[in-house]
Design a protein around this ligand. Structure first.
Ligand code: AMP
Ligand code: GLY
Length: 422
């Protein structure tokens, strides 16, 4: 079959690499893709939010299956657009409709869903300018630090964690007054949960689900988890503390109730669910849902899926996941992100990347790259993921660090302490 991946990051390159190995694949397309995806498929110059452009691309290239990487087109209703078009409605589609995508698109929707289905999560209150005083009263019932979340999508920047009560009240008002635009016209105030985080992924057809390898990502720019938040500086899978006992609790208390909840609420859902979890003394709680795979987790997770990924995608899209199985590689896999100098602040751009041909024992997934003439150049804050297998976390990381040493671009930075906490 002909497959189209929508997106342009390391996640999409890693998916492309895995899909490319499937005997079910005929031609692979990526819209818009990056320099890395252009080596294994055909990049189509269409943006992820250009529905008409995507429709044309799908029809021109006789696409049979679409898999959506990022959340934005899903929250904008790309699946709904396909379902309601006579020429497109029979094309297999992996990614939820707009309604299901609200699990990520609205923190309040996600919290109400979890409450309704008794899924463990932090106590919360949703606040708008209409009930600001209740919000302030609720803050006073909590202990510091205070967690304030913009309800809508805010490119990963909409969560504030504040130590001082007065400051939290002020921030609440700022958010409601448009600090994150329309995304923070509603704010979710949450109890702070303390523990260790991990990312659990499932793929579902809305009835059955399969659990993908569990991972941990490293969000802060600095070593020892210090400094500003980034899109993710690296990932490790599996996660030692997410052992069989923990994962059984996750499945029983979180994954199954979530899929059952979607059924009860009559929310059709074909796609990935990303459970952002925190282990509070061994008890899993949900920090957030995402309606897509994680980035950079995917750049490690894809290495551990041994079975045919396309077969799983077909199962999720067609509603035949009950017939599909997933086989997981027992080895460890890691992804180390190489980022641009200055990132996550204003960063250097358009720098020539050299040494990629010397990387032989790791996979290189492109995140923010572009081709200029004969050169591959940086084209984003997060530039490349160097992904490796190992028998241990240490071994896999050493291999990624060794191969990162061959790669060069001006201002290149990466964290050398991934896994320090595991
Ligand atoms: P989110 O965008 O919901 O994933 O939040 C971003 C980050 O904020 C999470 O990865 C956590 O590290 C942190 N966070 C969010 N909610 C809480 C909470 N209730 N307690 C503690 N940390 C939180
Ligand atoms: N790695 C976290 C995310 O993709 O949101």
């Amino acid at each position: 079959m002909n497959i189209l991946i929508i997106g342009s990051g390391g996640r999409e390159h890693a998916m492309a690499w895995k899909i490319k190995q499937s005997p079910l694949l005929n031609q692979l397309f990526i819209a818009p893709g990056n320099a890395g995806t252009s080596f294994i498929g055909t990049n189509l110059q269409v943006s992820v939010s250009d529905f008409q452009g995507l429709k044309n691309a799908v029809l021109d290239n006789q696409i049979d299956l679409i898999v959506v990487g990022p959340e934005v087109p899903l929250c904008e209703g790309l699946h709904d657009y396909f379902s309601s078009d006579d020429q497109l409605k029979n094309i297999l589609f992996v990614g939820p409709h707009k309604l299901g995508a609200q699990l990520e698109g609205s923190k309040d929707f996600a919290k109400e869903f979890m409450m309704r289905h008794h899924i463990p999560t932090a106590k919360y209150l949703a606040v708008t300018s209409g009930n600001l005083n209740s919000g302030i009263d609720f803050l006073k019932t909590l202990n510091a630090p205070y967690v304030l979340k913009a309800d809508g999508l805010a490119a990963g920047k909409g969560v504030l964690i504040i130590n001082d009560l007065q400051e939290a009240e002020d921030s609440l008002k700022d958010m409601l007054n448009g600090q994150f635009g329309a995304a923070s016209s509603k704010v979710v105030i949450e109890e702070f949960l303390s523990g260790t985080e991990c990312s659990v992924f499932a793929i579902t057809d809305g009835k059955d689900y399969r659990i993908l390898p569990v991972a941990k990502d490293y969000k802060r720019i600095g070593e020892g988890d210090t400094g500003l938040n980034t899109g993710g500086m690296g990932a490790i899978t599996p996660v030692p503390f997410a052992d069989e006992t923990f994962m059984r609790k996750v499945e029983d208390r979180i994954i199954r109730p979530t899929v059952q909840g979607l059924i009860k609420d009559q929310i059709p859902y074909n796609g990935f669910i990303f459970f952002g979890l925190i282990s509070c003394g061994g008890e899993p709680m949900v920090i957030e849902y995402n309606v897509r795979m994680g980035d950079p987790e995917t750049e490690a997770v894809m290495l551990r899926i041994k079975s045919d990924f396309v077969d799983l995608l077909i199962g999720a899209a067609e509603g035949t996941l009950a017939e599909k199985s997933i086989e997981i590689d027992p080895r460890t896999a890691v992804a180390v992100m190489l980022v641009s100098g200055g990132y996550p602040g204003p960063y250097l751009q358009g720098k020539v990347i050299s040494g990629l041909e010397q990387v032989k024992t790791s996979m290189v997934f492109h995140a923010g790259t572009t081709q200029k003439g004969g050169d591959i150049c940086t084209d984003g804050g997060r530039v490349l993921a160097i992904s490796s297998y190992g028998e241990t976390i240490k071994q896999a990381l050493e291999l990624s660090y060794e191969n990162a040493g061959f790669v060069h671009f001006e201002g290149m930075y990466f964290r050398k302490d991934l896994g320090f906490d595991l």
